[in-house]
Design a protein around this ligand. Structure first.
Ligand SMILES: [Mn+2]
Length: 346
């Protein structure tokens, strides 16, 4: 991990040149008339979670006005409806992995969908659905950037590391395994079978907000060299220092970011609609600051919004908070601040 005290020194390195994430829409969203082409894809899956209810997640986000909010700030938004799960047949995964057949079907269909949308020059936003959906979405995103020669980084906003394998998982719920699969941990090859896969380099993964890690995955996360900004680090340095550090790393490599936003990243007091709440999560203001800094960075090329369980929500509160956060990530601001204001660079 880079030292927080030196990472932001503007004199240390020349400002890197940056390639726009989506070639046709290089300007930031808050510039008048410079909206991005965004495609929403619903993923009503819940096979990876321990609770039922995730199948309602995409429609709750739609009901909370996610598309309208993005259109209001000038984006070209298409809602592609829900992705249909593929059929993978019988999938053999040794160890503790529940509903592996269904997860495999979803993963292959989602990987194809991500590749297709991105090949069309649009930025995909996947509305979940449980976090196992990221096996498919991030695999597709990684395939796209591997083909186009851009280095992919992943920001995992979550209470959990999601780095279990069928060998380490206490529950067998595959929503706790997507990062392990994506980083190429052995045991889950059958999820994609003969379908194309591109592995994510664990050194390019940032976890932020982590506060509940199982014993087995703790060792793996440390061994693989993943950058972990746990809540202790957030408390000590603040989210802005963590975000600045990771944004500078991605910028320096002319990389692109996939963001995977799990509802349980947020404190349960602001987002109760998730089956795996953990106390001590990100506050409303911390979460919005993260989204605004991501928008300022211009580095985000794809997004998952996962684990929303409307069955556990409180009158749609979590769905509204999430759709507000997504709008914030794409340029919604409370006041008209100058776009791409970067005080740490001046
Ligand atoms: Mn998760």
């Amino acid at each position: 991990m880079t030292d927080l005290n030196t990472a932001a020194d503007p004199a240390a390195e020349p400002t890197p040149t940056r390639t726009p994430v989506v070639a046709d829409q290089p300007a930031p969203a808050n510039d008048a008339g410079a909206g991005q082409a965004i495609s929403l894809l619903g993923v009503p899956m819940q096979d990876g979670a321990g609770h039922k209810g995730g199948i309602m997640g995409p429609d709750a986000l739609r009901t909370a006005g996610i598309a309208e909010r993005l259109r209001q700030i000038g984006h070209d938004v298409i809602d592609l409806g829900n992705v249909a799960p593929g059929f993978a047949g019988a999938v053999e995964i040794p160890g503790n992995a529940r509903h592996a057949d269904a997860i495999a079907g979803w993963s292959r269909a989602l990987s194809r969908a991500a590749v297709e949308v991105m090949a069309g020059g649009r930025l995909p936003v996947f509305l979940g659905g449980d976090h196992a959906l990221s096996m498919g979405t991030v695999n597709g995103v990684a395939r796209h950037w591997a083909d186009t020669g851009r280095e992919l980084f992943v920001l995992w906003l979550d209470a959990h590391a999601d780095f279990n394998t069928p060998a380490t998982s206490p529950s067998g719920n595959m929503h706790g395994m997507p990062l392990a699969l994506l980083c190429g941990e052995p045991g889950m090859e059958a999820v994609f079978g003969d379908a194309p896969t591109v592995t994510v380099d664990p050194a390019n993964v940032f976890m932020l907000g982590i506060r509940s890690v199982d014993a087995g995955e703790r060792a793996l996360v440390a061994e693989r060299g993943i950058t972990v900004y746990d809540m202790r680090r957030v408390d000590e340095f603040g989210v802005s220092a963590c975000m600045r550090e990771l944004i500078e790393i991605v910028e320096a490599r002319d990389g692109v970011l996939h963001v995977s936003l799990d509802v349980d990243f947020l404190d349960p007091s602001i987002a109760p609609g998730v089956g795996t709440t953990v106390p001590g999560g990100a506050t409303y203001r911390e979460a919005h600051l993260i989204m605004e800094m991501l928008n300022d960075s211009g580095l985000v090329g794809s997004l998952d919004v996962v684990e929303l369980n409307p069955f556990l929500d409180d009158r749609g509160r979590s769905a509204v908070v999430l759709s507000e956060l997504v709008a914030s990530l794409f340029g919604q601001t409370v006041l008209d601040r100058p776009a791409r204001l970067k005080p740490w660079r001046s």
